[in-house]
Design a protein around this ligand. Structure first.
Ligand SMILES: Cc1ncc(COP(=O)(O)O)c(C=O)c1O
Length: 410
């Protein structure tokens, strides 16, 4: 396969999982559930637990080093997003983060205000918001096209008026895979004076976006799907974060970083998260002159997307030639992330089970996108989809291994 800006061997050398004997020969196609962890992340986690596993931000050397390691993660994550460090918050997971955010917004919105939610989202970025109906908030659903699974901007326009204070939508659904036009959604949302919350969990593994360019007021992703530890990352426009009622201890109200993370920080995992930007810089270095971009994070993003688009093409071609599977979402590599959901006569989990015979690690089910599967006419509980998800570290040989396996089992 040509047109690969990233040398797979150099990329995979940065992931201990690819040298793990028990995983040899197993092609990993469940990355949307959680990626392998990059060495710079593991190194930072290991160092934290060995050398600085003490209360951070104290007066003795190990404590000061622990606090500095955490601060670095905020700084570095902000660089990756192209925003300032006061945008960044770490919480236990994206589900927990949206739960807290929705609670905070319940004290910011007023009865009679309206919010827009989608039925394309993972439940984490829709159910928590829909519960605001209890507080007298009007819930408007931006519904997908039942055939394509697409969220159209026309449908959004029909829902927006001056009553709308918040729009919650995915950058990319974990089933449809289509990359939604966030900048267009942001300009429409802002035109009516509302704030935009974007679930980037299914997008960020394919490149941390330039938030300044994207225009979302809040952007969430799960670090454990982006080569990092089990943390949820929230970027929130600082002046908006300051307006939201404090969700932490009352005496921490003056500390912006403590106001929206009531669970308390997981010190070691926050420190380890600085390894994600470290890794992305290494991706940019491996891509070298093959890609352009303003900084290493933009270059890594471009390289990862280009790599994935080259890798996905033969798989989409193969699937396009079968009339016994329904590909959810677009067949054009440019329009989608490599998170491919297939509907077939057999339940998704049964197909995944059979693919294990061929060394394929994948899964089936509803992936907590229950509302979406219902809208697409797929029984989310008894049937579901087969999901095949990969990232830039997947090789052309693994794609071929998957195609051969699908050919034998579908
Ligand atoms: C698109 C999407 N949003 C949100 C979540 C929830 O993330 P977390 O596991 O960090 O709560 C997931 C998890 O699979 C997801 O795929």
């Amino acid at each position: 396969m040509t047109n690969l800006p990233l040398d797979p061997a150099r990329i995979r050398a940065l992931f201990p999982a690819f040298a793990e004997p028990s995983l040899a020969g197993q092609a990993f196609f469940e990355n949307a559930g959680g990626s392998y962890t990059a060495s710079p992340v593991l190194d930072r986690l290991d160092h934290y637990y060995r050398a600085t596993k003490v209360q951070p931000y104290g007066v003795y050397a190990a404590s000061a080093e622990a606090g500095a390691a955490m601060d670095l993660a905020f700084e570095r994550m902000a660089q990756a997003f192209n925003v300032s460090a006061d945008w960044i918050h770490f919480g236990p997971s994206s589900s927990a983060n949206t739960y807290v955010l929705a609670h905070a917004f319940s004290g910011w919105l007023k009865p009679g205000d309206a919010i827009v939610v989608t039925n394309q989202d993972h439940e984490a970025n829709t159910g928590n918001w829909r519960r605001l109906a209890r507080h007298g908030i009007e819930i408007r659903e931006w519904a997908v096209d039942p055939v394509s699974g697409r969220l159209s901007l026309d449908a959004l326009d029909a829902l927006l008026d001056e009553k709308v204070r918040l729009v919650a939508a995915p950058h990319c659904s974990n089933i449809v895979g289509e990359i939604n036009p966030v900048a267009d959604i942001a300009s429409r949302t802002h035109a009516v004076g509302a704030v935009l919350v974007i679930d980037g969990v299914s997008y960020a593994p394919h490149g941390i976006p330039d938030l300044a360019a994207l225009g979302a007021d809040i952007y969430l992703f799960s670090a454990y799907k982006v080569y990092g530890p089990h943390q949820g990352v929230m970027a929130i426009r600082p002046d908006l974060a300051a307006q939201l009622p404090n969700q932490g201890h009352y005496f921490n109200d003056i500390k912006p970083r403590y106001r929206l993370t009531p669970a308390g920080p997981d010190h070691a995992q926050i420190a380890a998260s600085a390894g994600i930007p470290d890794y992305l810089e290494q991706v940019a270095a491996i891509a070298g002159a093959n890609v352009e971009g303003a900084d290493p994070f933009r270059r890594a993003h471009t390289a990862m997307r280009a790599q994935e688009m080259a890798l996905i093409a033969p798989l989409l071609d193969y699937l396009g030639n079968r009339n016994d599977v329904r590909l959810i979402g677009p067949a054009d590599p440019k329009l989608r992330a490599p998170t491919i959901a297939l509907h077939h006569a057999e339940p998704g989990i049964e197909l995944a089970r059979r693919l294990t015979r061929h060394g394929i690690m994948a899964s089936g089910g509803n992936f907590y996108a229950v509302r979406l599967l219902e809208a697409l006419g797929i029984d989310p509980h008894n049937h579901g989809v087969l999901r095949l998800s990969f990232v830039h570290y997947t090789t052309p040989e693994e794609i071929q291994q998957l195609i051969t396996a699908l050919d034998a089992e579908l």
